[in-house]
Design a protein around this ligand. Structure first.
Ligand code: CTP
Ligand code: MG
Length: 385
């Protein structure tokens, strides 16, 4: 599993109205392949951060909170992007060392890109921004549209987000109270060193409606690759020991009674592991972590998921997504759904995850309140090895 650096805050300016996009709702709430842009953004980059702050358009704060759940701090954005970032900055936690600023308008920037930015910061850079070389020749023009100059294309770069900063650098940059379309320019204005790293095409910015079609291409698996699906099911009965802790979907559920089992009994994690093994055709939970492997006795759901990731990628597969449905009367999942999604996604290296829940009309072990079950599916692709 790729490592995670703690002490990173992710600030997401999402308070723009999306004038050029022209929808009747703020651009961050526009749907792309069944999810809003802000959800894509948080799901892709959230896993690299320990704190997430989103600047929402005034009047839409509660809508954002409802979509994003309790793990995300939602603040009211300002009248410009720079002001929105400055407002979000006021909420960063004391122990934050690095800050990533990332536009909600770039929903598909990958966690990997976020990690590359953080790595450059960890190596001592104070401002790091992803960039691509430009293929068009760029002209500088005056107000009447006459060309003023033609900068050498070799030296031009188109910059993206997430842009990363050492905490104090970004705070100082914003104390200048000047406006710019990116935060790198604010550091530049105080003569700070801004380092460029290689950006990625999928971090494209959604500005006009046609940009959605381009973005969609990155969400549909390559047709030429081998696509496989798998299913996994697990259930455990509630423990008679009232002290037994409940672990579910990688999270500890306070004030809930746990389930029996040799492991931590995380049925959601187990069902996902089984779905991944089934998709890859490399056995199941029992054959990979069962009694013949005593080193896994008592293992946490988190550990089993991360070991499963290693086995599935080791067999030549890339996880495209996992979905898990928790079956039971309690705990109620809704308020911690985004937290659970983020946690599982983090463990699985940043893949798209969905977590849902249902009751079963009083039927069966779970309906009678005797335990918790989970059903998961996984989609994986092989690079044709
Ligand atoms: N943004 C913000 N606060 C503002 C304006 C913009 O947080 N007052 C955010 C947008 O939500 C977006 C990012 O800054 O995630 C980049 O801005 P842009 O792509 O220009 O989005 P909009 O300003 O919404 O679009 P437009 O300029 O077409 O109105
Ligand atoms: Mg704008």
């Amino acid at each position: 599993m790729r490592f995670l650096l703690p002490k990173v805050a992710l600030l997401i300016p999402a308070a723009g109205s999306g004038e050029r996009f022209g929808a009747s709702i703020p651009k961050a709430l526009v749907q792309l392949n069944g999810r809003t842009l802000i959800e894509h953004t948080v799901l892709n980059l959230g896993p690299v951060a320990s704190q997430i702050i989103v600047a929402a358009p005034a009047g839409f704060e509660d809508k954002f909170r409802e979509i994003l759940g309790g793990a995300v701090t939602v603040v009211t954005g300002g009248s410009t992007r720079t002001k929105s970032v400055k407002i979000a900055l006021e909420s960063i936690a004391e122990d934050i060392e690095f800050i990533l600023v990332h536009d909600a308008a770039r929903p598909l920037a990958s966690g990997e890109l976020g990690r590359s930015v953080i790595e450059a910061l960890a190596s001592g850079e104070v401002a790091v921004i992803p960039a691509l070389s430009v293929s068009d020749t760029i002209k500088e023009v005056d107000a009447a549209n006459y060309v003023v100059s033609t900068p050498n294309r070799e030296r031009l770069r188109a910059v993206q987000t997430p842009q990363g900063f050492a905490r104090e650098t970004l705070i100082k940059a914003h104390m200048q109270n000047i406006e710019a379309t990116d935060d790198g320019a604010l550091v530049e204005a105080m003569r700070g060193k801004v380092k460029l790293i290689e950006g990625e095409n999928r971090a494209l910015k959604i500005t006009n409606p046609e940009d959605l079609a381009t973005a969609l291409k990155y969400l549909i698996p390559n047709q030429s690759s081998d696509i496989r699906a798998g299913v996994g099911v697990d259930a455990h009965a509630f423990s008679t020991d009232p002290e037994r802790a409940l672990w579910l979907a990688g999270l500890l559920w306070e004030n809930e009674i746990g389930v029996d089992g040799h492991s931590d009994g995380d049925v959601a994690a187990h069902a996902i592991c089984d779905a991944l093994f089934a998709a890859a055709g490399i056995g199941d939970l029992g054959s990979n972590f069962g009694t013949s492997k005593p080193e896994y006795a008592g293992a946490s759901g988190e550990r089993l998921l991360s070991e499963t990731l290693k086995l599935v990628t080791g067999a030549g597969f890339t996880i495209q997504n996992v979905a898990v449905q928790i079956v039971g009367n309690r705990p109620k999942i809704g308020s911690r759904r985004v937290e659970a999604v983020t946690k599982i996604s983090q463990i699985l290296g940043g893949v798209p995850v969905s977590v849902s829940a249902t009751t079963t009309d009083g039927l069966g072990l779970t309906g009678e309140g005797k335990g918790i079950g989970a059903i998961a599916t996984a989609l994986i692709t092989s690079s044709g090895r």
